[in-house]
Design a protein around this ligand. Structure first.
Ligand SMILES: Cc1ncc(COP(=O)(O)O)c(C=O)c1O
Length: 353
């Protein structure tokens, strides 16, 4: 489905295209050979993110998925165990990378809204006996994506990370949408990242860059991460062209995330008024709205097909009757009203059958 054919694309915040100003900034980027540490734009972006996250060093990578894989590769030996939520991205959507590339084992933890507790971490850590996997990493997703862009409160992060540290675990932050959590909560990025040995943020998604993510940690961690970046084919050449988009995004697209959050709240409030749609509008904290269409008598697929056909509005379907909408930079003015009209029309058409 071409985004150009759509009136409003709420499929994901990954659908944004670089703005004209971002493209101009990319065009003018100073570049060099990244693998020789000679790309000034890559170096600048890495310094910016290291500073933002309060870490010694950072590493530009092509994607958030590679940030997770590289971090796990540094932290784990084959057979080691990673604790994470059962809905976490590396478990569901990274093609089994941690098992295939690193030989690590996932131990999914349960809990409401993508979160787990310090007590669960303490309980999950295995005793150091030779026939058990070595529990090595705890990974936290901020915001928790597929459960609805949920922000882990800083207090919960502190408690989970303290429990992990006491148990000798390494702490990893999947910050694909960390800046959404920062804008929503008012907690600085480094206050979240402080509790983790490795942390990263995506430059795509809400920040609107076309490519890239940046992984940060201690100098020693980043030196090791470079080895895996190279090994996985993530080392680039004149990558400043794309790093520049990240620099631009960090300068110009962070504060505006509040607008995406406001639109998501407005969408959720409007959906909550429609018959047959269940949504907990009060719980929308960032740019993701999850809702259930069971009460309308149609499936999520049919709902999405109808909004697409009638108003060229795209939602994503994540369960038999569960639909996800994500707001972002490219939602046009009035787009939320069009999306609500599309949802209203889909329900009205079904009621007339
Ligand atoms: C929580 C989370 N982690 C990791 C990723 C992977 O990021 P990327 O698409 O940059 O590989 C995503 C992407 O949606 C995500 O939502």
């Amino acid at each position: 489905m071409s985004g150009a054919a759509l009136a409003v694309d709420l499929f994901s915040d990954t659908v944004t295209r670089p703005t004209a100003a971002m493209r101009r900034f990319m065009c003018d980027a100073e570049v060099g050979d990244e693998q020789q540490f000679e790309d000034p734009s890559v170096n600048r972006l890495q310094e910016m993110v290291a500073d933002l996250l309060g870490k010694e060093a950072a590493l530009f990578l092509p994607s958030g998925t590679m940030c997770n894989q590289v971090a796990f590769a540094v932290h784990c030996r084959a057979g080691d165990e990673i604790l994470l939520h059962e809905t976490a991205h590396p478990l569901l959507y990274e093609a089994g990378g941690a098992a295939a590339l690193i030989g690590a084992v996932f131990r999914p933890l349960t809990g409401p809204r993508g979160m787990f507790t310090a007590a669960q971490v303490r309980q999950a850590v295995r005793p150091a006996v030779h026939y058990m996997p070595r529990t090595r990493v705890v990974s936290v997703e901020q915001t928790a994506n597929i459960v609805g862009g949920v922000c882990w409160p800083i207090g919960e992060i502190e408690a989970v990370c303290r429990a992990a540290q006491d148990a000798g675990l390494v702490r990893h932050l999947d910050g694909a949408r960390l800046m959404n959590a920062v804008v929503s909560s008012g907690t600085p990025a480094r206050a979240f990242a402080d509790h983790f040995d490795s942390a990263w943020l995506d430059l795509t998604k809400g920040l609107g860059a076309p490519v890239g993510a940046v992984l940060a940690g201690s100098r020693g961690f980043i030196e090791e991460a470079w080895v895996f970046k190279q090994r996985l084919g993530g080392a680039m050449r004149q990558a400043g062209i794309i790093a520049a988009a990240g620099i631009y995004a960090l300068r110009h697209h962070v504060d505006r995330l509040a607008e995406d959050h406001e639109r998501a709240r407005r969408l959720a409030a409007g959906l909550a008024e429609l018959p047959g749609i269940a949504v907990d509008a009060a719980r929308v904290e960032t740019n993701i709205v999850i809702f259930d269409v069971r009460g309308t008598g149609i499936s999520g697929d049919e709902f999405a097909a109808r909004t697409l056909a009638s108003h060229r509005v795209r939602f994503s379907v994540i369960g038999p009757t569960t639909v996800r909408a994500v707001t972002h930079l490219d939602v046009p003015p009035g787009g939320i009203e069009v999306a609500l009209a599309a949802a209203r029309a889909a329900i009205a058409e079904v009621a007339r059958r």
